[in-house]
Design a protein around this ligand. Structure first.
Ligand code: HEM
Ligand SMILES: *[C@@H]1O[C@H](CO)[C@@H](O)[C@H](O)[C@H]1NC(C)=O
Length: 496
């Protein structure tokens, strides 16, 4: 999640002032004869802080971020300091260090996001919080995204996948664009159940897309700017959500979907646990966390399968067998079938590793913390570098090779964290994987596709995706008949 915020983290704060304050406090700490009960001088991790004020921001942006992190790691090892966008930070490139921050000492490191982003998503959304409030909401969200919920959701996921593919049939479309619509639709059924009327859905979709456009823009509240428009659209989203909640209450049908779970939650005294405002913030937060992440990984999967015809044939064989059992695709996929897709599951894990779309996350030290004899000063950011760990040959030999068979053996503990780790790990991971399994099933059994143009460059959206979102021409395979042909949704495709 936090990677959404990386480009803007601290961009707002007065860079010069903050740098100076941190610089001064660092000097002070250096001068201290020890801290707490330990009477030894802890040193800061190795690394360079770059130029005054600017830190190493320019270096980070003038080169591929992966190269920046990797060369630092090579030079300084698993933990090193740097200074980007006005924030001193410690980067952590080892499984142990990531575990220390995200799991073992998670209470010493709080989530950290710029105010402007918090305001856009909603300050009560769970990922901004730590402690009791976070835990309570997290339990509710996990409940609504748990195994039973996933089983019940399968038919809706399958319908959404089929509709996405049907509206793509015979056209060239940006894969990322199509996948965004898919993950949005799945997010909507997860949150509202299958019964949200089309008008409401369209209102949510349109307003949400305005929020998104403003999200990564400079937070300038003057009328006319993207940020301003996004804040306005966010207000309308909130209004729509409150209307939906009021209607549910009037009908005395809160529902068993995520919205229902949040609305019905009660505190120990039996009173509602959350205000409508808090529910709305969390709903918008989940939509946000669910969409671009899942869509980026789905896009990479389409590319990886396309680029490896032999692998694609093997995956196709796995799914052809299932389709056969399902009377040539006339019967819906069963939950048990989704659990039986062994090769496909490995392809998904390897795609998550290769793409590592959440390259790192952010936390902030709430106190001076010692790690392996180094000081992580209070107020500094820490960044567990997931991608570096996923691409370290010590844990994943020949890391640039796409090789699903490496997942025949479980990865070493804490070396594979596509969904994070610890108290803030992704509660949507099963849903994301279900979408991937179902998409792959219908894609490889019903369709053929080819990539249009070169797809080897990467762009950041803000997650890495292939250039132009991977334009793909897709067509229905002649000799398989798709009996469950379904409504063609109105995709506003990018026709290339
Ligand atoms: C492939 C798709 C996805 C990936 C790679 C992914 C990855 C992640 C990661 C790495 C985190 C932890 C961030 C951190 O520790 O700072 C996270 C958190 C979160 N994700 Fe996902 N996610 C995906 C899909 C989803 C979906 C589909 C949903 C919801 C339906 C979702 C909801 C959330 C929420 C609510 C959090 C915050 C949890 C907390 O703070 O306790 N994610 N995700
Ligand atoms: C946003 O939501 C409002 C309802 O509050 C609705 O009237 C409007 O059509 C929606 N769409 C856009 C693009 O603003």
């Amino acid at each position: 999640m936090a990677v959404f915020f990386v480009l803007a983290v601290c961009a707002l704060v007065s860079v010069a002032l903050v740098s100076y304050v941190h610089y001064a406090s660092r000097q002070r700490r250096k001068g201290q004869a020890g801290y707490g009960h330990e009477q030894e001088v802890l040193k800061l991790p190795p690394g360079s802080m770059g130029w005054p004020y600017l830190g190493e921001t320019l270096q980070l942006y003038s080169q591929d971020p992966n190269v920046f992190f990797a060369s630092k790691q090579k030079r300084y090892g698993e933990i090193f300091k740097t200074h980007i966008l006005g924030c001193p930070c410690v980067m952590l490139a080892s499984p142990e260090a990531a575990r220390f921050v995200l799991v073992k000492q998670a209470n010493l490191f709080k989530p950290t996001y710029p105010r402007s982003k918090e305001r856009m998503i909603g300050p009560s959304a769970l990922f901004f919080h730590q402690g009791d409030y976070h835990l309570r909401i997290r339990k509710l969200v996990q409940g609504a995204l748990g195994p039973d919920a996933m089983r019940a959701l399968l038919p809706d996921v399958e319908a959404a996948v089929q509709s996405t593919l049907a509206s793509w049939d015979g056209r060239v479309t940006s894969t990322f664009h199509a996948m965004k619509k898919l993950s949005f639709d799945v997010g909507i059924v997860t949150i509202f159940g299958g019964h949200l009327d089309e008008r409401r859905k369209a209102e949510l979709r349109m307003n949400y897309s305005i929020v998104e456009k403003g999200y990564n823009s400079f937070p300038n509240s003057l009328p006319g700017t993207l940020y301003y428009k996004a804040i306005q659209a966010r207000r309308r989203l909130h209004g729509v959500l409150c209307e939906i909640m009021q209607e549910r209450r009037a009908r005395c049908e809160p529902g068993t979907d995520l919205l229902g779970c949040l609305m019905q939650a009660q505190g120990d005294d039996g009173a509602p646990l959350l205000t409508d405002e808090q529910v709305a913030d969390n709903i918008i937060g989940v939509l946000f966390a669910a969409q671009d992440t899942t869509a980026s990984v789905l896009t990479w999967i389409v590319k990886y399968l396309h680029d490896q015809p032999k692998l694609l044939e093997a995956v196709r064989a796995e799914h052809a067998a299932i389709r056969e059992t399902n009377d040539g695709g006339r019967l819906p996929l069963t939950w048990a079938q989704t659990r039986s897709m062994v090769l496909t599951h490995r392809v998904i894990l390897e795609s998550l590793r290769m793409a590592s779309i959440i390259s790192f996350t952010f936390r902030e030290a709430v106190a001076d913390v010692e790690y392996k004899g180094f000081l992580i000063p209070k107020g500094w950011k820490v960044m567990p570098l997931f991608r570096n760990i996923h691409h370290n040959p010590d844990y994943f030999p020949d890391p640039q090779k796409f090789d699903p068979s490496r997942f025949k053996v479980a990865p070493r503990p804490n070396t594979f964290m596509p969904f994070g780790n610890g108290v803030h790990a992704c509660p949507g991971n099963e849903l994301a994987k279900l979408e991937m399994l179902v998409l792959i099933h219908h894609l490889v059994t019903g369709y053929r596709w080819e990539v249009v143009g070169s797809s080897d460059e990467v762009e950041y959206s803000p997650f890495p995706v292939p250039k132009h979102g991977l334009p793909v021409k897709l067509w229905r395979e002649k000799n398989t008949m798709n009996f469950k042909s379904c409504e063609t949704g109105n995709v506003e495709d990018i026709i290339v």
